[in-house]
Design a protein around this ligand. Sequence first.
Ligand SMILES: [Zn+2]
Length: 276
Amino acid sequence: MNKLHFLTAGLPLATEGKGYKKGIDLINQMDLDGLEVEFVHGVKMNESNQTLVKQFSQLQDKKITCHGPYYINLNSQEEEKIEASVNRILETARMGEKIGAYSITFHAAFYMKQSIDEVYKTVYKSMEKICSILEAENNNIWVRPETTGKGTQWGTLEEIVQLSKEFKNVLPCVDFAHIHARNNGIYNTYDEFSKMFEYMGKELGDDIFNNFHAHLAGIEYGAKGEKNHLILEESDMNYKDLLKVFKEYNVKGVLVCESPNIEEDTKLLKDYYLSL
Ligand SMILES: [Zn+2]
């Protein structure tokens, strides 16, 4: 990757449900850099849309990523639900590969009131299976569990960094709004962001900043963490200092904006970043 790309989470709102052709045109017109395809309710896309997205992914300086279904819990207490979750991640990776995505992300698991160590081991087991199947299929897409926004969800930065050390194609998808919400408002200053980057560099090697997948949005939160996403300027999310740290670390990769006004905040982030 040669720069930081700014992606909308899903098609821009101005697409008004009129499909990928219009959505992609809008992304191009606004000079945004790509799209995270939201397979949050299932991995489905018709062939003509697959072709459109694939063609878009091949344009210079455009990137595609995918978000897997919400119905994933690699720590379900029911074996068949774990298997279904593994399959949903595999389907996302396979579809991602088809449409030219370079990375996929998903919320991996819930703690289900179990110990942190136990859940880690359970998630590890599924990840091992996912990685070996994808390897056998020659699918080299990045598999990136996302840092999650609620205390009941597996996926602190530390957990995902640890998991990333164990597998060749696994790295974190760092959702900065989630980390901020989950920790009751901390991780929102220049120094706190810097410490996170320093930590990731130390644990995973500075090369991860040449290939970074991150999420950002305004966020509302309470004692239990994430409540819902907000427009950046209507939230306390300190995106300006965060982007300064991105700049400081010369981060390349993708930053996906998940604000409710999708493309406007994506543009805001890109413009602010370029002004630095
Ligand atoms: Zn997510």
